[in-house]
Design a binder for this molecule. Structure first.
Ligand code: GLN
Length: 503
């Protein structure tokens, strides 16, 4: 019998619709896989106790002829930054240990309405601050390609779960790359939608002007199917767009069928094709450019001179917003409360709670953000960073006048070793050079597998970016590029991952 965990969500969808398999069988196969390998991977912080019951309910609906969406009965993992009524939601932090929210995030409610099967909550850097998942208060997640290496971050749990075949689908959140960079280093697909395209209601906020929830999957089509479920207007999110979105799955199917980039102007951002990148990453990127050109793409070089300042501007704007968003963790309203020895004032309790409940990276960013927002420095730091943000948006506008999509590597290196960068925050921050500009401009970005780096045999990622609201373009061209790359390898990238020891 086929191993159900090896199938994509689209393949599972067909087998479920034709009743060749039941959702209970599919869900059980994934729970068994989690039981067998997650001891090594540690992608999950919590496994749902209701998954089999939920799957049974969907099977009943199907047997009785209820109309069901394409992903009904398909399992999904949820990043622990998203509020779930029936499961703890910790955002990777000690301060929220055991906290069960009184409501579902809108995206989670949409998953339930579309009859997907939540398997559990995935590990992440505390409050989504990081590029390696080592900043989780609950211990690191391991990369399925090499257990001594990081799975990227902050959404390393979601990416590792997908890459280790523990789930076909996962949700992530991307503030500066936390969907696309983990996808790159695990050989999976991740999409950061246009800002406002997917509701942020119930996503525990890191930096509200940058955060977006999006899909983490093994194929572009699966990401599109999931985006179709979670996207759309939400009156509970004041930044939610009112657009009528096209079917992203239809766009992905079209791209996969045509397998061509004829007439597509593909812009290579000069500043994101940097000499400091790992040689194998640059090599695969340039080979991909040749492949695209052979298949009809018109490659144009574009320049975005202000991208040089993107990381610096981001690490002022993000801490500023985060310091304000995290002020609500005050020992009164949520989670942990620590009483100082010998008692104390309300302020003493708050201080003791935040001291014990937050990790080092969170404290670093709260201090940085509070400083950047303080009266004497607001204009010099926060104000300047916002001006840089405008310049970066203008760089994108000029680039998109010359190109339909922009491409770059999704991350400058392959997965690094656990522990290698943990004591060097700046080295960690520089991982995000390629992904941050899209967040600062609010445009959509997609990461997909670009091949294995010759020097270490680890996955590299290709990033595609499109103008705001043109997410469908990413799915169409991304699916074409994915098909062309897979044809050149003769197989999918993840089928080349080493087998994990199972218990
Ligand atoms: N690595 C980036 C950071 O540490 C991105 C985080 C994110 O996208 N949530 O801020």
């Amino acid at each position: 019998m086929t191993d159900l965990t090896r199938l994509t969500a689209a393949e599972l969808s067909e087998k479920l619709a034709s009743r060749e398999v039941s959702s209970v069988e599919v869900t059980k196969a994934h729970l068994d896989r989690i039981a067998a390998v997650d001891g090594e991977i540690h992608a999950f912080l919590h496994i749902s106790k209701d998954a089999i019951d939920t799957a049974e309910g969907v099977d009943v609906l199907r047997r009785t002829g209820s109309p069901l969406g394409p992903l009904a009965g398909v399992p999904i993992a949820i990043k622990d930054v998203l509020c779930t009524l029936d499961m703890p939601s910790t955002a990777g932090s000690r301060i929220l240990e055991g906290w069960v929210p009184p409501y579902d995030a809108t995206v989670v409610r949409k998953l339930r309405d579309a009859n997907l099967i939540p398997l559990g909550k995935t590990n992440m850097d505390e409050f989504a601050m990081g590029s390696s998942t080592e900043h989780s208060a609950y211990g690191p997640t391991h990369n399925p390609w090499d257990l001594d290496r990081i799975p990227g971050g902050s959404g390393g749990g979601s990416a590792a779960a997908v890459a280790a075949f523990e789930t076909p689908l996962a949700l992530g959140s991307d503030t500066g790359g936390s969907i696309r960079q983990p996808a790159a280093v695990t050989g999976s697909v991740g999409v950061k939608p246009t800002y406002g395209g997917v509701s942020r209601y119930g996503a525990i906020a890191l930096a509200s002007s940058l955060d977006q929830v999006g899909p983490v999957t093994r194929t572009v089509l699966d990401a599109a199917l999931l985006h179709d479920v979670i996207g759309g207007h939400d009156p509970r999110d004041s930044t939610s767009l009112r657009d009528e979105w096209p079917s992203f799955a239809a766009a992905a199917r079209k791209g996969r069928e045509n397998m061509s980039l004829k007439g597509v102007r593909v812009g290579v951002v000069k500043e994101l094709d940097a000499p400091g990148f790992q040689p194998g990453v640059s090599q695969r990127f340039h080979e991909t450019l040749d492949l695209l050109q052979k298949n009809g793409a018109e490659i144009v070089e574009v320049s975005a001179p202000n991208f040089e300042y993107a990381v610096a501007a981001y690490y002022l704007i993000l801490p500023a917003e985060a310091s304000s968003n995290l002020a609500k963790f005050d020992s009164v309203r949520f989670g942990l409360r620590v009483n100082p020895v010998g008692g104390g004032t309300v302020e003493d309790v708050m201080a003791a709670t935040r001291e014990a409940g937050f990790g080092a990276e969170v404290k670093r960013r709260v201090i940085l953000g509070t400083y950047a927002l303080s009266a004497g420095y607001y204009d010099a730091y926060y104000g300047s960073a916002q001006k840089v943000r405008t310049l970066i948006q203008r760089d994108f506008a000029s680039a998109f006048a010359l190109a339909d999509i922009l491409i770059s590597p999704s991350a400058p290196t392959t997965a690094f070793k656990i522990g290698e960068k943990i004591d060097d925050p700046l080295a960690m921050y520089l991982n995000d050079v390629t992904t941050i500009p899209a967040n600062l401009a609010g445009i959509p970005g997609m990461g997909l597998p670009m091949g294995l780096a010759p020097e270490d045999g680890l996955p590299t990622g290709l990033q595609l970016m499109a103008p705001a609201r043109a997410d469908a373009r990413l799915y169409e061209h991304g699916a074409a590029i994915e098909a062309l790359l897979e044809e050149s390898w003769g197989r999918t990238l993840l089928s080349q991952a080493p087998e994990l020891a199972t218990r």
